[in-house]
Design a protein around this ligand. Structure first.
Ligand code: CIR
Length: 256
């Protein structure tokens, strides 16, 4: 199955990005460079045929550029998340306002359930939900119930070593996953065609496939070669400033 996307929602990075959450310190992101990298990202979304709704940054919410974590966009309904990091819960309200422009039906994950969009991997009609420091069983169960209401299915995946499930695995359409070696060994992904990124390029496992084109982080030549050899059209984007606060390509947009 090859989905068709028409719309994206993104949010400009603000000066607050310097205070973004991170698991390890690689230095603060430079807001000006982050702004330029984000503009290039938005241009690519447009080049892939998407209309892009760009929300303004809220300086009080350091991580709000990572809109992917605040909602799951299904074909017939959107689901607002309850992000696992308390400092990120304030991001949901403005994404809700934006989603009302596109969805009549909007559901919500509620406490004690927590769920980050970065833990939800769409593979056609099935959604893999990573259980992480941000997404708990209760949040995953609530999402699976909503998926089932709309004729879709979901299942949980236990993993370690990454912030979010999609930090280590991306769906490239049909039966193909781009993923780290460790994720490739998870039973959930054993039946897929796997493009395995080398360990020293693990960050490149977070990619975005939009309408036949694969967006990859720049600076990971072996992964780029593997994806191209598998027959995909690719585009690379500089992601250095988002990487410093644990963000990848998928985190920067909601696509539907
Ligand atoms: C956070 O820790 O929540 C942000 N600094 C990074 C979020 C990245 N989002 C994603 O992987 N979906």
């Amino acid at each position: 199955m090859q989905p068709e996307y028409h719309q994206a929602i993104t949010r400009r990075p603000g000066p607050g990005i310097v205070r973004g959450l991170r698991e390890r310190d690689h230095g603060d992101p430079d807001p000006t460079l982050a702004h330029d990298q984000h503009e290039a990202y938005v241009s690519q979304l447009k080049a892939c045929g998407l209309d892009v709704d760009i929300l303004n940054a809220d300086p009080a919410l350091p991580d709000n550029v990572f809109v992917e974590d605040t909602a799951i966009c299904l074909p017939d309904c959107a689901v607002l998340t309850n992000p696992g990091a308390p400092s990120r819960r304030g991001e949901v309200a403005s994404v809700h306002e934006a989603l009302k422009r596109y969805y009549e039906v909007i559901h919500r994950i509620t406490a004690p359930g927590t769920l980050d969009g970065g833990d939800v991997l769409e593979v056609g009609d099935h959604y893999f939900i990573g259980l992480s420091a941000r997404t708990n069983e209760e949040g995953a169960d609530q999402l699976i119930q909503i998926l089932n209401e709309f004729g879709l299915t979901g299942s949980t995946v236990i993993f370690s070593g990454f912030l979010h499930l999609k930090s280590g695995v991306s769906w490239l359409g049909e039966e193909t996953l781009l993923l780290t070696e460790g994720f490739g060994q998870l039973t959930a992904f054993s039946s897929f065609d796997q493009i395995v990124v080398p360990d020293n390029e693990a960050y490149a496992a977070n990619a975005v496939m939009i309408n036949g084109r694969v967006l990859l982080a720049a600076g990971y030549p072996e992964t780029l070669a593997l994806v191209e050899t598998a027959g995909f059209e690719t585009v690379t984007l500089e992601m250095s400033e988002f990487h410093k606060v644990d963000g990848g390509l998928s985190c920067l947009s909601l696509r539907f």
